[in-house]
Ligand binder design. Sequence first.
Ligand code: ATP
Length: 223
Amino acid sequence: MALLGGTFDPVHDGHLHLAQDVRTGLALPEVRLVPAADPPHRGGPVASAADRLAMLRLAVHAWPGLVVDSCEIDRGGKSYTVLTLEALREANARRPLLLLVGADAFHGLPTWHRWGEIFELAHVVVAARPGVDLARDMPDALAAQWRARRVTEASALRSTPAGAIYQQSIAPHPISATWIRAQLARGKAGRDAVRGLLPPSVLAYIDQHHLYLPTSPPPQDAP
Ligand code: ATP
């Protein structure tokens, strides 16, 4: 079972291609997209959990093999990945669990709650992200794990339930939710700029629900 956690605020093509490229690269039947309820490592999401979940459900329609898992939103509280993996591990002690992360999230792993235990619960599959140098920016504690756990044969992810780090190559998609939100907050010009970076159904949802609008009205011209 493979998971891609995230804020998905909003879901964009970078997330979808990451999940799909890893799915096909590793011949996985599905990848589960798991939106965080209350992400512990950042300011709160801009959109509500219900809106982020609804956008994800719309997004995966066009992506067979990608499914949405609302377990962290249903659980509520802090969305610690280690708790999600523990619950999955309790349900099945032997099946391999794969945690997918982009390079930026991978670099942040040592700040995650009980991060060392994540390797006891799952394999970590890391994918490149444009603008992030995987080798250069790796914190020392993570580099030690990388040296100890890195495997280059995908078969290692099937033969053991957890404990390996594997780098999967994916097509680069230089897209971030932060950039999309910033564009949408600019109004019409920004909205045109994000077209093609996220599914049309998600953009339509954003329009219908008036998400990511500027927080204050533009300054009025002096009379
Ligand atoms: P934000 O810009 O608000 O930080 P984000 O675009 O990074 O958001 P998240 O929901 O935080 O989106 O990311 C979830 C996961 O997807 C993380 O592991 C992240 O590294 C990965 N990811 C997001 N966008 C890309 C991308 N364009 N290429 C590769 N990985 C990505």
